[in-house]
Design a protein around this ligand. Sequence first.
Ligand SMILES: [Zn+2]
Length: 159
Amino acid sequence: MLKIVRNSSKALSIFTTRHISSTRFVMSSNNTSWNPSLSKEQLAVLRDKGTEPANSGKYLHNKETGVYTCANCGNALYKSDTKFDSQCGWPSFYKEFNKDSLKYNEDVSHGMQRIEVTCQKCGGHLGHVFKGEGWTKSLGLPIDERHCINSLSLNFKKV
Ligand SMILES: [Zn+2]
């Protein structure tokens, strides 16, 4: 049963403090929870589907062995051994971590027809997938896909 405390600013402030400290995620309008540790720049990509400037990302040249996870929810997205150097200015991968990693969405914004990839768990925007560019031939990749992913959407766990 809900107890209403009238004109008691002390009781109200205790309630507010408790409420805030127990809230790990802030709900946004489309029902996705955004981790409060995300920066303004990360939210602009993950939530608002922005794109980080080319050649600016912190994982662009990362060659360490590990797993790339969603910066918002921690879902495993890519293994380091599927990362390759496409010289496009963003981290590039040819294969998702597993069937629970990504969601593929048709994207017709900016006058282009593209496939957007979002985190399957939280819906955060990651980047786009381009197919049939010839990577199997030029680099010998097993799958001819370039997942062009924003570093800002990623965290990296070294293994
Ligand atoms: Zn996520």
